[in-house]
Design a protein around this ligand. Structure first.
Ligand code: KG4
Ligand code: ZN
Length: 334
């Protein structure tokens, strides 16, 4: 019965997971309303909010799981990567609980945990698994030959996919975070209205780059030298821009996954991170002939966006491997 704690960015999350897969509670408090006025996560505001919320969430997670503190066998906590002032809040609480209950403490890598969410959904996935983690801070491709041990094949060289969506949504006057708003508006738009370039980098590259697509949208709106003010857009234009832009970002992700399948021996495929909530991405994955042959796993939204169940799940693997930490465990921003 592992207690998971996640405070690496702007979600305070506590979960209880039994034997690595049985999610007994998965409580997430999103700070999105706090940060929305700033159009992005403000680290100090985030850290203070984690402080406010984490202990009540801990109580709630135990209550929902119908367990008492004495049932907890270990505490797993994200200790990298993330905003350092945020990580420290979760890690301090995790250490305190581990100390008081005299149970093992396990430091967990947030990105490896996103990958691991696939195995919590389908424990017996055919290996190796090809996994895409696309969020506001990261866009990484992994190959997993052994659960809990993802090997990175590619990463973004500039903006993360979610960041590129968030910035485009801001340009189009949509809300924060932009991904879900863009998706909603895009449903009424034409994805071929504006053919934004897909940046594929070198012939075999599995890295990503989204800054060119983002700049293309900016230039499309304000001219190549930014000579125009931001134009007043009709709702039809906003929908067309949203649909075309979303299409370019998702198509790039899918093409890279296709490339990765050709280069690897992958037998299954999974997506994680907030961008994995996107239905258009899921549809495109199912429609790609190279990917359709693989066993595909789309973890539920509750395991895709930031959560502590995935932290507890990977913590269980680490505990089984005997890889536990002591109270000197540090937090790392990168
Ligand atoms: O993994 P996540 O919840 O937090 C981290 O960044 O770690 O991911 C948040 C990102 C944001 O950029 C958000 O715009 C994007 O995921 N996102 C989406 C959708 N829901 C969240 N992007 C596209 N479509 C969605 N439905
Ligand atoms: Zn994340």
């Amino acid at each position: 019965m592992i207690l998971g704690i996640e405070t690496s960015c702007d979600e305070t999350a506590v979960a209880v997971v039994r034997e690595g897969v049985d999610v007994r509670s998965n409580i997430v408090h999103s700070q999105v309303d706090l940060h929305a006025p700033y159009g992005g996560v403000v680290p100090e505001v985030a850290g203070r909010s984690h402080m406010d919320r984490i202990l009540p969430l801990y109580r709630l997670a135990l209550e929902e799981a119908r367990i008492s503190e004495s049932d907890i066998t270990a505490v797993a906590c994200t200790n990298r990567p993330g905003l350092i002032g945020c990580l420290l809040v979760g890690l301090s609480v995790a250490k305190t609980i581990a100390l008081v209950l005299d149970v093992p403490l396990i430091g967990v890598d947030h990105l490896q945990a996103h990958v691991h969410a696939a195995f919590m959904t389908r424990p017996a996935l055919p290996l190796p698994l090809l996994s895409l983690v696309a969020s506001g801070g990261h866009t990484n491709l992994y190959l997993v030959a052994r659960p809990g041990h993802a090997q990175r094949l590619g990463r973004t060289r500039d903006d993360a996919a979610g960041e590129a969506l968030d910035k485009a949504a801001a340009m189009l006057g949509l809300g924060y975070p932009g991904g879900p708003h863009l998706e909603r508006v895009a449903r009424a738009g034409n994805p071929d209205a504006y053919p934004f370039k897909r940046t594929m980098l070198g012939k075999d590259s599995l890295d990503f780059s989204f800054s060119g697509t983002k700049t293309a949208l900016l230039y499309q709106l304000r001219g190549p030298g930014l000579e125009r003010e931001m134009p007043e857009l009709s709702s039809k234009e906003v929908a067309d821009y949203a649909a075309s832009y979303q299409e370019a970002v998702m198509d790039t992700l899918v093409r890279k996954l296709g490339r990765a399948v050709e280069q690897s021996s992958a037998r299954s495929i999974a997506i994680g991170g907030g961008v994995a909530c996107n239905q258009r991405l899921r549809d495109m994955l199912s429609g790609d002939p190279r990917l359709a042959e693989l066993d595909a796993v789309f973890p539920p939204m509750s395991l895709c966006s930031d959560n502590a169940a995935m932290i507890a799940g990977l913590g269980y693997v680490r505990l089984s491997e005997g890889r536990v930490d002591d109270l000197a465990l540090e937090a790392f921003a990168r």
